[in-house]
Design a protein around this ligand. Structure first.
Ligand SMILES: Nc1ncnc2c1ncn2[C@@H]1O[C@H](COP(=O)(O)OP(=O)(O)OP(=O)(O)O)[C@@H](O)[C@H]1O
Ligand SMILES: Nc1nc2c(ncn2[C@@H]2O[C@H](COP(=O)(O)O)[C@@H](O)[C@H]2O)c(=O)[nH]1
Length: 192
């Protein structure tokens, strides 16, 4: 049996990774979603084990210590990380898995899984990006400013990715990513 694909969807905060990922999962019900661990406080409506595994800083450090994370990064004052076993078991079982993670973490995954498919989601403009984070209404102004202050640096790392997808319109962005997944399944020569 062939292994599943490891798809990494990355990009600056507010670009629409979560929105696009949710729609992709509706279009591709067999696509497995990697639930991350984080030390961030849950937002209204977020559920432990569904949106994230919410951890204390001590618990998160213990996960690092026990080598339970495939990657982790500190992003704007909180830790975020990808549980390793779930990702590895999913791929081995032949299923595709998608990781929705920020840029530092994506580059760490690339070091370990160079055969992964690395997709960078781009905003139509930085003004639109700011409008989207503000419009979501989940962060205070200081956090929005902090997230925006790292966005340009994150976008400058685009060249490390396999694909760039502009999220101008949710349906179109999903179609593009679906096409990428289809093409990767049809590939004759896989990445080494
Ligand atoms: N193509 C789009 N056009 C307009 N608004 C969009 C589009 N995609 C997403 N949005 C909106 O932008 C906001 C941010 O989207 P989302 O939360 O999915 O971003 P994210 O990249 O997952 O953010 P974070 O990295 O902070 O978790 C949401 O309010 C969402 O509804
Ligand atoms: N490196 C990792 N980044 C992750 C992971 N899970 C989510 N994220 C990214 O963090 C930021 C902030 O997320 P938010 O939910 O607080 O808005 C965003 O870019 C996420 O994609 C992870 O496991 N590792």
């Amino acid at each position: 049996m062939s292994k599943g694909l490891l798809i990494v969807l990355s990009g600056p905060s507010g670009v629409g990774k979560g929105t696009v990922c949710n729609q992709l999962r509706q279009r591709l019900p067999e696509l497995v979603y990697s639930v991350s661990a984080t030390t961030r406080q849950p937002r209204l409506g977020e559920e432990n084990g569904v949106n994230y595994f919410f951890k204390s800083r001590e618990q998160f450090l213990e996960m690092i210590e026990n080598d339970q994370l495939l990657e982790h990064a500190e992003y704007v004052g909180n830790f975020y990380g990808t549980p390793r076993d779930f990702v590895e078991q999913t791929i081995e079982s032949g299923k595709d898995i998608i990781l929705e993670i920020e840029v530092q973490g994506a580059l760490k995954v690339k070091e370990k899984f160079s055969e992964g498919i690395f997709v960078f989601l781009l905003p139509p403009s930085l003004d639109e990006l700011k409008g989207r984070i503000q419009g979501r209404g989940t962060e205070n102004q200081a956090t929005i400013d902090h997230r925006m202050s790292v966005a340009a640096g994150e976008i400058s790392l685009l060249e490390n990715y396999d694909y760039a997808v502009v999220n101008d319109e949710i349906d179109l962005a999903c179609q593009r990513i679906q096409s990428i997944i289809t093409a990767e399944h049809c590939k004759v020569r896989k990445k080494l």
